[in-house]
Write a protein that binds this ligand. Structure first.
Ligand SMILES: [Fe+2]
Ligand SMILES: [Fe+2]
Length: 210
C-alpha cells in the first residue's frame, strides 16, 4: 500500500491541529451546528440532573408507605442520573463544557423542576413524576430530530435515553391511573433487574459493547 491516494487520509483539519476536531467538522458538513447542539444538550442534561434526579430524591422519600411506587420512582431517578452521565462526555467532544456554577446549570434546564407538591399525596407526586417524564420525552425527541442521519453518535445516545423516558412515562401512567382513578392501565413492563439498571443508557454498557 502506498500512501497518498487514500480518500480520507486528509480533510479540512490540518494534520496535528488540536484546535479543531474532525468529529465536529463532519457534523458541520452534514448541516449540524455543533455549538447549537451542545448548548441544547447542556439544557437537556440539566433537566436530567437538576430538574429530575435531585427533585426525584425528595419525591421518592415522600412516597413512604407506598413501597411499590418508591421502587419505580427510584428506578426513574437513577436512570435520569445515568442520562446525565451518558451525555456529559458528548458535550466536551463537541467543544463545550459544563457551566462552572451549578446554579447557572440548574437555571437553564429544558424542563421545570419536579418539586414536591404543596399537598404531597401519592396521587400528586405521581402526577409530578409523570409530567417530568413527558417533558423529557419532548426534549430527547427534539435532539433525535436534530441529529438523525447527521450526527450518529449523539443520535445513538439520545435515542437510548428517549427509549427509557418512554418507559418511565408508561410506569407513571400505570401507577397514577390506579392511584387516582382505580383504573388498570398497564405499562407492559415489570421492574428492572437492579435498581436504576438503565438497560440502554449507561456509559459502561455502551463502552463494554464497543
Ligand atoms: Fe432521563
Ligand atoms: Fe425519566
Amino acid at each position: 500500500m502506498t500512501n497518498g491516494n487514500q480518500p480520507h487520509a486528509s480533510g479540512t483539519v490540518e494534520p496535528g491541529d488540536t484546535s479543531k476536531r474532525v468529529g465536529m467538522e463532519t457534523l458541520r458538513e452534514r448541516g449540524v451546528d455543533p455549538k447549537e447542539l451542545r448548548e441544547k444538550l447542556i439544557d437537556a442534561i440539566s433537566a436530567e440532573f437538576a430538574s429530575t434526579y435531585y427533585y426525584y430524591t425528595d419525591l421518592r422519600m415522600h412516597l413512604a408507605g407506598h413501597e411499590d411506587y418508591k421502587e419505580i420512582a427510584e428506578d426513574a431517578r437513577l436512570e435520569d442520573r445515568a442520562h446525565f452521565e451518558l451525555l456529559v462526555p458528548r458535550i466536551y467532544e463537541l467543544g463545550g463544557k459544563l457551566p462552572d456554577d451549578i446554579r447557572d446549570f440548574a437555571d437553564r434546564s429544558s424542563c421545570p423542576a419536579a418539586k414536591l407538591p404543596d399537598d404531597p399525596t401519592a396521587e400528586n407526586i405521581l402526577e409530578e413524576l409523570l409530567e417530568a417524564e413527558r417533558c423529557a420525552i419532548r426534549t430527547w425527541s427534539e435532539v433525535c430530530d436534530m441529529t438523525e442521519g447527521k450526527d450518529r453518535r449523539t443520535f445513538d445516545m439520545a435515542q437510548r435515553v428517549l427509549q427509557e423516558e418512554i418507559e418511565h412515562e408508561a410506569w407513571f401512567v400505570e401507577l397514577l391511573s390506579m392511584e387516582r382513578d382505580g383504573e388498570v392501565n398497564p405499562a407492559g413492563h415489570f421492574v428492572r433487574g437492579e435498581p436504576g439498571e438503565a438497560p440502554l443508557s449507561t456509559n459502561r454498557r455502551i463502552n463494554d459493547s464497543a
